[in-house]
Write a protein of this length. Structure first.
Length: 371
């Protein structure tokens, strides 16, 4: 636990004793269960080698999360982590490679395992971006024959008729894997987070224009991107231009970095949800929004659902209050309060904070120049 986290926990303990609030007895899990009202929420993490992303931890103990990863060693580590966290009832590890079809494929295992993909790395295709890649990250590449599976097949095996939320990070094969959900499940998908490469190493069918077209076809709209950037290395050294040529800090904001990839966040269009009129689906969508801190969108959706006759006034009021309470319990920080004192403190902080400080990027922190 960091010093700031420790201080925050101490301050919160003191505040609860001196000025208790109505929400102090609430838990995020309890409020999310109130939101779901016994609806089963299913999420799938494709490319789960390093565990859940921080914002998905909100789902702990509430959502059934399937962690899909092809490497046996990574799967074993995920099992150990889930056991240690006491989450084996709701986190399920599936050791499998994922593709658009069932059957054998070649897995290209990079020197650093996180670069592994079912897409073959073509050095000649990246003439304009090869300078940014450390050869030792990729090479040597070892080819392995594996049995790949469609996500639809995996979900059939575990008896899940739908998936509400998906995250894909599998080095260029995200769209191929997503297609593997099939026509039975894609219409019910409510949210997707996927890595999108912005360099020529990936073929055209794996890049952003193809992804955007497909998402629009299945009724999802782009809500946010979180950008990862790279600095041009000098003689193989990242930050070399900054330190050796321009005599500044290796992460100086005065030298711009190139976009390399971004994580794109897609949500099902509200108009489609409202026209369908499924109250359970609306409830699950509010939890998707909350996972990414879109509490205002969740509140708005419930309001629109009430006007559309999906909820009566009582159910809508209870659900909107649960959303407000969940925001308070899961994310509230005293220094973000809308009071004159904290407005002045925030204004002062904005004036003195360095440009390359870690910044809050909608639902997680990122270090400059990312975000």
């Amino acid at each position: 636990m960091t010093l700031i986290s420790s201080l925050h926990k101490l301050a919160d303990t003191l505040r609860r004793r001196v000025v208790p609030r109505r929400t102090d007895s609430f838990t995020a899990a309890g409020l999310m269960n109130d939101v779901l009202n016994e609806e089963r929420f299913v999420a799938i993490d494709v490319g789960a080698a390093n565990g859940l992303l921080p914002h998905w931890n909100l789902l702990n103990g509430v959502a059934h999360v399937y962690q899909v990863e092809p490497r046996q060693d990574a799967c074993a580590e995920l099992e150990r982590a889930n056991q240690a966290a006491g989450l084996t009832a709701t986190r399920h590890v599936v050791c499998a490679g994922v593709a658009a079809t069932d059957g054998p494929r070649t897995l290209y295992v990079s020197n650093v395992p996180t670069g592994t993909s079912i897409l073959k790395f073509e050095p000649g295709a990246g003439a304009d971006c090869a300078d940014y890649v450390d050869p030792s990250y990729l090479f040597p590449i070892v080819e392995q024959r594996i049995e790949t599976r469609r996500l639809a097949s995996i979900l059939n095996d575990v008896g899940e008729p739908r998936v509400d939320l998906i995250k894909l990070d599998i080095q260029g094969a995200e769209l191929e894997a997503l297609r593997g959900l099939g026509p039975e499940r894609l219409p019910d998908l409510l949210g997707a987070e996927l890595e999108v490469g912005m360099h020529a190493f990936y073929p055209e069918e794996a890049r952003f224009p193809a992804i955007e077209r497909f998402m629009n076809e299945i009724g999802l709209e782009l809500f946010d991107v979180r950008v990862a950037r790279v600095r041009r290395p000098l003689n193989g050294a990242e930050g070399g231009y900054e330190t050796e040529i321009f005599s500044v800090d290796p992460n100086s904001p005065t030298i711009a970095a190139r976009i390399w990839e971004f994580d794109a966040i897609y949500f099902r269009k509200k108009s489609l949800l409202l026209s369908k009129g499924d109250a359970g689906e609306v409830r699950r969508m509010t939890l998707v929004y909350a996972t990414y801190n879109y509490y205002s969108e969740a509140h708005s959706l419930v309001d629109k659902a009430e006007h559309a006759g999906i909820f009566d006034a009582t159910a809508a009021a209870e659900l909107k209050q649960a959303i407000v309470d969940l925001h308070h319990v899961a994310t509230y920080r005293a220094w973000l309060a809308n009071t004159p004192f904290w407005r002045r403190v925030r204004a002062l902080g904005a004036r003195i904070a360095p440009r390359n400080a870690p910044r809050w990027c909608q639902h997680m922190y990122q270090a400059y120049p990312n975000g």
